[in-house]
Design a binder for this molecule. Structure first.
Ligand code: AMP
Length: 121
């Protein structure tokens, strides 16, 4: 099984700007940032979508949010705030089928987040 491009980033088969790594997860800069700070925090275990999470993944998913929180503190944007979000499948805007937590910061973000394209869908 070859996996997605995120598996290749985990295995150092393709380059990424990695900012954090531990036994369970990896965090790196998004190649097409949507905010001044845009990181992706991924589990090393390949899980295709949030629909595919299992009971046994409970701690792993919680770990991703704790990594986000720690990075926000270390990088100095915890107080001002940030958005941490996972997209799922087509209507969620998912394009890489290895779950990832987007960590966006550095500017005030709007809500709701959907675009006209999805409003019309
Ligand atoms: P999503 O649309 O939620 O699946 O998010 C996938 C994200 O991966 C997008 O924000 C892309 O910009 C990002 N991305 C795609 N390829 C790479 C890459 N090689 N390195 C870093 N980020 C990437």
């Amino acid at each position: 099984m070859s996996g997605t491009l995120f598996t290749k980033i985990i295995n150092r088969e393709i380059p990424a700007d990695i900012v954090y790594e531990d036994d369970l997860s990896l965090a790196f800069k998004d190649i097409n940032p949507q905010a001044p700070i845009h990181l992706l925090i991924i589990p090393k275990k390949p899980i295709a979508t949030t629909n595919d999470m299992e009971e046994g993944d409970r701690e792993l998913i919680g770990h991703l949010f704790l990594v986000a929180s720690r990075l926000a503190a270390e990088m100095g944007f915890a107080e001002q705030g940030y958005r941490a979000v996972m997209n799922c499948n087509e209507h969620g805007g998912q394009t890489v089928y290895h779950i990832h937590l987007h960590l966006l910061a550095g500017k005030a973000m709007g809500w709701p987040p959907y675009t006209d394209k999805l409003k019309q869908a």
